[in-house]
Design a protein around this ligand. Sequence first.
Ligand code: ARG
Length: 564
Amino acid sequence: MDFEYEIAKRLSQITHVEIEELKNYIEVPPDTTLGDFAFPCFKLAKTLKKAPPAIAEELKAQLTTDEVISQINVVGGYLNFFVNKIAFIQSVMEEAIQKGEDFGRSNIGEGKTVVIDYSSPNIAKPFHIGHLRTTVIGGALYKIYEFLGYHVVGINHLGDWGMGVSKTIAGYEMWKDEYDFSVDPIKSILAIYVRFNQLEKEDESIKERARDAFIRLEKGDAETVKLWKWIIEISLQNYKKIYDLLDSHFDSWNGEAFYNDKMDRVVKELQEKNLLVDSEGAKVVMMPDNMPPCIILTSAGTTIYATRDLAALLYRIDNYHFDKALYVVGSEQSLHFKQVFQTLALMGYEEYAKHCEHIPFGLILDEHGEKIGSRKGTAITLEEIFGEAIEKALKIIEEKNPNLENKEEVAKIVGVGAIIFNDLSNNRVKDEIFDWNQILNFAGETGPYLQYTYVRTQSILRSAPQISSQIDYEALNDQEAIDVIKMLSNFTKVIVSATEKNEPSFIARYLIDLAQSYSRFYNEHQIMCEDKTIQNARLMLTKVVGSTLKTGLGLLGMKCPQKM
Ligand code: ARG
C-alpha cells in the first residue's frame, strides 16, 4: 500500500489540492516516535491564506482515523500521521520481496537523456589520483540515473590533443632507442613525458620540438599521426585496467581531437550572432556580471579548451538532444564551465544551457590535511593506489579469515570498494581525507563495514532453512524491525534525491543508516529462534536488507563478496 498516496488522497478531499502535489510534500519524521509520516502545512499557507498551525488544526478536525491511518497529531505547523503498523510492514515487505534486486528502481527518467562527461584524463600523462574523484563520482551518477530509467550517455572527453601529447611525441622521437616498449610500454611513455618536462625546466628551447610535433600533427603528417594514435592506444589500455576495476562505463570516447573539424562551426556561429569581440588580438565573447571574457581564438589564431567544449556541446545537442548535461570536473574549472554555458546561452541555446551543470568536488587530502602525494613529489597513480588497497585488504582478510577461499578476489572487491566508498561518503564538494586506517576500518562507516554487513546477512541465510513465502507480518511488529522497514521504504526517495542534487553521498549515507539499523535489530532480537513463524519473518527481513545493501552498493560502483 502506498501510504503517502493514501494520506495525500484524504488531504486532497479537504483542500482540493492535487493528490500528486500533496504527496510530494509528505516527509518521514527523523524521530519515529513523532509519527510515521508528516505533512508540513506551511506548503499550503499561500494557497489557503492561513498560518501553518491553523491549517494543521483545521485539517485534523476534518480528518478521521481508519484502518489505514491510526492516529493524527498536530505538532506546530505539522500534521503527524501514525499508520496501521501491520499494513505498513506488509506493504513495504511485499514490494521488496516482489521486486527483489529491482527494489528501489523507478522509471521517473523514462524518455529523458542525461549526458555525463566524466573521468576524461589527459593522454600521455599518468592516470593519477587527481582523476580518481571524477571517475568515481561520474561512474556512480551513471548507474544511479540508469536505475531511475534515464537514458544515460557516459562520455570520456579525453585530453588527446595539444601540447601534452606533443611533448611525448617529441620526446619519443629523441629518445626512443633508450627505452623498452615491448613489455609495459605505458611505463616508458610516461617516463619520456616526465623527462621532457624536466628537461624543459632547464632548457626552454626544447619546447620548440613539441611545438613542431604539434604543427605536424595538425597538418596530418602521416608518421606523426601514427605515433600519436599509438600513444593514445597504449594510454587507453592502461586506463582501461582502472575502468575495469571500477566498472566504469563509457558510451563515447570522443576526446578533444574529435572536435578538430567541428571548431569552424563554433567560430562561424559566434561571428554570425555578432558575439565575437577583438581583445588584444584575441577573439572573445564578453560575459555579464564582471566575469572574465570567454576566449575563443587566441592572438595566434588558434582555438582553445573553451572552443573545443563549445564544439562538443553543439555536437551533444545535435546527437543526444539531452535533458541534462553533467560535467564531473574539479572545482578549479568552475569559471571555465560558467563561461562555456553562458556562451551557449548567448548563442541562443538557452534551453540547453539551462540544463548544463558543472558537478565540482573537493580535493583529496592525506591524514595530515595536506594535498595528497605532495610529500612524494610526483602524483600517485591510480594503479598504485588500487594496488595498495587490494594488498592491504588481503592482509586484513588473511588475519580475520585465513581459511577463506579465493582471498585474492575478495581482497580486490574489498580494497576497491573501500576507496570508492571513501570517495562517496561525504558531500562531494567537501575535501576527502585519504587515510588508510579509516578507509579500511571494518568497524567504521566504511565500504568494508557495509560489505561485511551484507556478508553477515548471507551467512545467516545460508545456515537457515528455506524461507517460506507465508509470512506473518505481526512477527515484525517491534521497534527495531519497524525502524529497518522504514529505512527500506525510503530507498527510492533517496535515490531520486541523489539525482536531484547529483550527490551519490546521499545513497552512501543511507546505506550506513540501513546497516546500522539492521545491526540494532540483529543485536536486539534472535533471528534463529524457537518460534518458527517469527524466525521466518526475521529471515525474510534479513534477506531484503541484504539485497537492498547489494543494490545500493552496486549503484555506487561497488561489489559484494559472499564471504569475507
Ligand atoms: N581533460 C580535462 C582535465 O583533465 C578534463 C576534461 C573535462 N571535460 C570537459 N568537457 N572539459 O582537466
